[in-house]
Design a protein around this ligand. Structure first.
Ligand code: SF4
Length: 244
């Protein structure tokens, strides 16, 4: 667990030196493979190994996080920090909240610069595989951040819900601007333009609900896919190998 990290921190906290889990199935899914149906060739697996080696050397995972007290909560709307966020069914899905936690996660620019160079050099298979490795890595980073918040919240008597992001679960992408006003990406060099495109591209923003009565496990049992190997509060065994 991160010493000194509070899930209710109102000051932005930067987390770095975070672990990544680059899941092969996830990377291949980004390439259009269907698990259990499409079997990757030996060449594809070798390409995956090469892209992972390259990606691990290039990525610098970082997260900026802060919590904002919830001032209003309705069926499809949350109010926090002077912003109104429209997330369908959020009142029912998350239950009563004390705060929202907003995080921005990135693996940095070096990987996309290398992907661009590989395309310029017409190394298309490796370029595409490395791009997918970056996508899977930032996804795993957001997952790790969500799990970490859950773990630090429990001793504080609080629960943390699954994350949602603008552009998913019916939440309008345009509200990315509101999310960035709540938690600017500048401390980790993430920018948002007027079209709601984040730079670096391998970046994920998220919001999670926080509160003693917040509803967890409503999409799926969070502990089953959680990374925290030594969590004293685990409610279910991990379905995949937990990284140690
Ligand atoms: S094992 Fe369960 S309780 Fe522990 S951090 Fe993970 S999701 Fe939270």
């Amino acid at each position: 667990m991160r010493e000194g990290l509070s899930v209710l921190s109102s000051a932005p906290v930067v987390l770095d030196a975070l672990p990544l889990r680059i899941d092969r199935d996830e990377v291949l899914r980004f390439q259009g493979y269907k698990k259990g149906l499409d079997v990757p060739t030996t060449e594809i697996l070798a390409l995956f190994d090469e892209a992972v080696r390259l990606g691990e050397a290039l990525m610098a995972p970082r997260v900026v996080y802060r919590a904002i007290p919830v001032t209003g909560q309705y069926a499809d709307t949350l109010e926090a920090g002077g912003e109104t966020l429209h997330v369908p069914a959020i009142g029912r899905l998350w239950g009563p909240l004390q705060a929202v936690g907003v995080g921005i996660c990135t693996v940095g620019t070096a990987i996309e610069e290398r992907v661009r160079r590989l395309f310029d050099e017409r190394e298309f298979p490796l370029a595409v595989m490395l791009d997918s490795v970056g996508s899977a890595a930032v996804e795993s980073l957001a997952e790790y951040a969500n799990d970490l918040l859950c773990q630090v919240a429990i001793p504080e008597g609080l629960r943390v819900t699954n994350r949602v992001s603008p552009g998913y679960a019916g939440w309008d992408t345009a509200e990315q601007q509101a999310l960035f006003r709540l938690c600017p990406g500048a401390p980790i060099d993430v920018m948002l333009n007027s079209a709601c495109v984040m730079t670096p591209a391998k970046t994920i923003s998220f919001m999670a609900g926080i509160g003693p009565e917040a509803r967890v496990d409503h999409y799926f049992t969070q502990c089953r896919r959680c990374w925290m190997a030594e969590c004293a509060y685990r409610r279910a065994p991990a379905a995949v190998t937990v990284r140690r």
